[in-house]
Design a protein around this ligand. Structure first.
Ligand code: HEM
Length: 208
């Protein structure tokens, strides 16, 4: 018990290093399974795995603020940027797999796909919105943009919604997995709306 108290919660630097290693585990597992060569369609496997991990990383990133507010563990907020950047890392692999291994960088088939297949259009839009968030994730940009930084980074909500829609639209029959992601996202956004509504009610009621 004493040992638990001394080591929990872990120091942010140690926790960051641990989380960094943890976030690389999906990549290690993907590479390992590809090297084993058991995949009948390695490109599809790579696209699906990286897509799934992008969405998962986005959900975990969105869970940080509710976790902080509900647990009072304020230091957890320092992990949010790394989680968001890992979402960007996995979506970059996902996008690159599509551009390179799936479409061979052919601009005509890519443009045709973006226009004709709604799930690709939505995925593309989500990626385009993620780029400015990744680029402005540094302390320097945070200082430079001030209030606008927070406004810009609220793009993470439409990005997550677009990610779930992208997944929902691409599945053919079994919608259980995208439905689960939609439920988790609904909860994460719902709790924020509830807090916003409570703040608004308090401000309308004024001081007692
Ligand atoms: C934030 C952005 C994105 C997220 C969250 C995301 C997420 C996902 C997810 C969860 C899957 C399904 C994984 C599974 O089957 O288990 C997937 C598949 C796929 N995604 Fe994305 N994706 C994003 C962006 C993109 C972009 C930019 C493209 C290409 C322009 C793209 C192309 C694809 C393709 C081709 C598949 C496989 C479809 C199939 O197997 O039939 N995605 N993505």
């Amino acid at each position: 018990m004493v040992l638990m108290r001394r080591h929990w919660p872990p120091a942010p630097a140690r926790l960051k290093a641990l989380l960094f290693a943890l976030c690389l585990l999906p990549l290690a597992s993907i590479v390992w399974r590809l090297l084993l060569g058991h995949q009948t369609n390695p490109v599809e496997f790579l696209t699906r795995e990286t897509g799934w991990w992008t969405l998962t990383m986005l959900m975990v990133t969105l869970a940080v603020t509710p976790l902080r507010r509900l647990s009072g563990w304020n230091a957890v907020i320092r992990l949010r940027r790394m989680l968001g950047l890992f979402a960007f890392f996995y979506v970059s692999l996902h996008f690159l797999t599509y551009l390179w291994l799936d479409q061979m960088f052919d601009p005509f088939t890519i443009a045709h796909d973006v226009v004709k297949r709604p799930f690709i259009t939505v995925g593309f839009a989500a990626f385009a919105m993620l780029v400015p968030l990744a680029l402005t994730s540094t302390d320097g940009w945070m200082r430079r943009l001030r209030r606008r930084w927070g406004q810009l980074h609220r793009l993470v909500y439409p990005i997550a919604i677009a990610g779930v829609v992208h997944f929902w639209w691409l599945v053919k029959a079994d919608i259980r997995e995208p439905a689960l992601f939609a439920a988790v996202l609904g909860l994460l956004l719902g709790v924020r709306l509830h807090w916003r509504w409570r703040r608004w009610r308090q401000s309308v009621a004024g001081p007692v």
